[in-house]
Ligand binder design. Sequence first.
Ligand code: TXA
Ligand code: MG
Length: 314
Amino acid sequence: MAEIGTDILKAKALLEKGELVAIPTETVYGLAGNALNTSAVTKIFTAKDRPQFDPLIVHVPDLDHAKNYVEDIPDKAIALAKKFWPGPLTLLLNRKPIIPDLVTSGLPTVGIRCPDHALTRGLLKSLSFPLSAPSANPFGYISPTRPEHVNEQLGNKISYILDGGVCTVGIESTIVGFENDQVVILRMGGLSVEAIESVVGKVSVQIHSSSNPKAPGQLKNHYAPTKKVVLGNLPDLIKQHGSHAGVLAFQTDYKQPHQFVLSPAGKLEEAAQHLFSALRTLDKLPVEIILAELVPEIGLGRAINDRLRRAAAE
Ligand code: TXA
Ligand code: MG
């Protein structure tokens, strides 16, 4: 098992040696390595069992640092970064040659973001390189929102997990690309479409083109627990499957023995924060199937529903 602690200097020393460290962010825990060191980046793909055609996000402490790694930044990207960084927003921007091919899977753009977590920003500011960090889970599984989640699955592959507590947003960053002057959302995430549109006007959303995805996070069956997930009207599904099922409810207490209510108050932010943890918990219970319901399709609800649909995809 990996050591869990809050020692930034230890994390820094490991990263400077080309080793991996799990880092907290406001969205989910990341599996971080020196983005400019191809041997460290290779370790990330190996530890996650992730195909190398799936590019990594690069993490920086602020917009000024981002400018060392990307060029031709569109005005709308600058406006979004100024408004929402640090925060759950990844921008796809033209990379400078210093970013290795391996990080972007050969694409001309790199996903770059500034995470909103004091410990990790402190770490990033202390380093002379940016950090590549995908979510710290085996490829295809649910992202971790607590240090213990990382330890359960990757604890034998890394030596240190920086403990930043429970992730406050709980769902991955929103990924935004720029085509001509158009803003395109490629992954729904912790920053709502409404918030983005309040800064740049109408955006287009391209998240269900699953055959040749621009972002493999678009793959239909992703973010998935081991158990089968069925989405629908919960009272009906419960009648059909009886008490042997795990139940993931948004707001209503259905009085089931293996049940998790995401937000009794009906708050989407709270539901997002609990979603992955709830799926993990249900996945470990002695149930054969997980029954779930969609949440209102507004604000963070769109990202929550996106993850639920992917978890339920065959
Ligand atoms: O919140 C987050 O974004 C977390 C934390 C750790 O920062 N990271 C994360 O990384 O979710 P990951 O690797 O699990 O998901 C990143 C997604 C992948 O689906 C990848 O395909 C897409 O971003 N991506 C990365 N770079 C890209 C690029 N240049 N063009 C298109 N998609 C890209
Ligand atoms: Mg991931």
